[in-house]
Design a protein around this ligand. Sequence first.
Ligand code: HEM
Ligand SMILES: [Cu+2]
Length: 636
Amino acid sequence: MQVPFVGEVPSDIVVSWIVMVIVGIFLLWRLTVNKKWPMIWEYMTTTHHRKIGTMYIFFAVLFFIRGGIDALFIRTQLAVPENDFWVFQSQKYNEIFTTHGTVMIFFVAMPLLIGLMNIAVPLQLGANDLAFPYLNSVSFWMFVSGAFVFNMAFFFNAAPNAGWTAYAPLSTDTFTTGPNNNYYIFGLQLSGLGTIFTAVNMIVTIIRLRAPGMKMTRMPLFPWATLLTSFLILIAFPVLTVALLLLTFDRIYGTSFFIGELGSPVYYQHLFWIFGHPEVYILILPAFGIFSDIISAFSRKRIYGYTSMVIAIALIGLLGFMVWAHHMFTVGLGPLANSVFAITTMLIAVPTGIKVFNWLFTMRNGVVQIRTPMLFSLGFIPTFVIGGVTGVMLAVAAADYQYHDTYFVVAHFHYTMIGGTILGAFAGIYYWYPKMTGKVLDEKLGRWHFWLFIIGFHLTFLPQHLAGLNGMPRRVYSYTWADNVFVLNFISTIGAFLMGASMLFVVWNLYKTHRLTDKVGPDPWDGRTLEWTVDSPAPEHPFEPMPIVSGFDAYWYAKVKKEELPKAENPRPSPIAVKTIQPVLLAGILMVISIGFIYGWLWMQIIGGVGAFGFFIIRSVTDERKGVYQKEEDEL
Ligand code: HEM
Ligand SMILES: [Cu+2]
């Protein structure tokens, strides 16, 4: 399409420019009319864990729409053989599956879980906030800046195109010139750094800020999962940082770590999957934690096998670092390496199986109440088991020569990622929605959402197993009638649109809930853990004075005995809530630097660098906590 002053631009991009301008103007208008700007400023300067958690989820949902639209275009292009839908062939198709995969993993699944951790973990522990509220805000805005950098690429007709794994040599300058994959690198570096900060914050919070009496062995399972996941992040993400840094040198400064005589693309694969496999456990373990708390709450029963649940999470986390080469069975590492990695991979099924049985035993003889969060948890169990079983199939190294890079793999990881992470996030959002907003989402619309989504999901991905076994490779934009996969693909496309339609019920639900219902009290679900002792939505510093905990599920047992939890004058100073715009500024500066590198504009790199230096000076001489401790000193 010819655009005046710009030149030739693909029509999908022109359409999205127009849509963005219209939506932008509409939003500006609505925000101004409804006088919402002070609220936006409030959120931009907040360090409160609930508000930051809510923003994580808000942005994750935004990117879910983006990644979801990508998915629908992918499925439309693949609906019938030899299709020519709009622009989505060849290089455009490479771009769209790359942005779909990357956005879904890094900018949807991660922030959904981190958002829920932000909201629920401090409250479940009886802590007044995360240990480092300012750092938490930095983490969040770094995630936003990384996500913006990555998503900007599309609007400048430079979307990354080497897959979500960005395998060398394809991702090196020799094969994909231009800024496209630089966007991938810098988007992930910024958000990855934010994730590492979050991990530190969670670890310190969980180890240091629990309410009196809340021993580690009395923590609910979501904080446990968060703690162990944070260690995985702390070990795995720096490996990604290094891989991307080396790739940056190869791309921008002409080194040859991953190409040429001395370099090797296999080095990149190792580094990527030493990060990448733990990453999938980073995405699933918190979801396990969420399901555990929900299943116990809605079965009116203590979680079955608490200790084995914690050990299982730890074991999965540990084994998760010993299996990365199962992504590389066909590379030619040799039979010894392949056998070792096959066995470690299969071992992971053991702790996972223990967890599945514990969930089932928790429900056994319980008073099971099927509310929306529980419905999602019940949908998760069989779905995730299917994903686990195909995982063990893939672990058989010899058989993987057949499955590798086919739709069988696509089906497998969507059963785990959607069946585990996304269903977990949905369950968690329905469950903790009162803590975020003070309202309970509508039950009937929640059920519609669940049933359409889960039916759509299985329709989409079950046939993909068969398409894969019939030989359909992943990352192809077309197939022929002779390939015999038409019906399977067609069903898959119908399922995808059903999943899309199910999300409309979420929109309707949000609208209805906020228009028509009143705020609820602290404990709408008759819960077991400490977050249900504080108001909905969770106020700032809710635990003053702090509850004293004398056992697992202490709040529940206190309710059974018709008692209140005893209170202690705060045994330690709480994190200080502050207002600061600095993290937003920092994120802006980092975006400037990133774009300087992405396009190789030295002047912009220098401006950004000077800005960053200035920022650090300002940061060193300001102390936003002053107002707080000054006040306390004055009171003395
Ligand atoms: C919402 C419904 C979804 C549909 C219909 C869908 C569909 C697809 C399809 C058809 C592909 C294969 C593209 C190809 O190989 O040519 C794909 C790839 C992928 N999807 Fe999804 N997907 C969905 C949601 C998700 C979610 C929630 C995640 C992760 C949390 C995810 C992660 C990925 C990844 C990592 C890839 C691989 C991309 C690559 O090959 O580089 N997807 N998806
Ligand atoms: Cu793996």
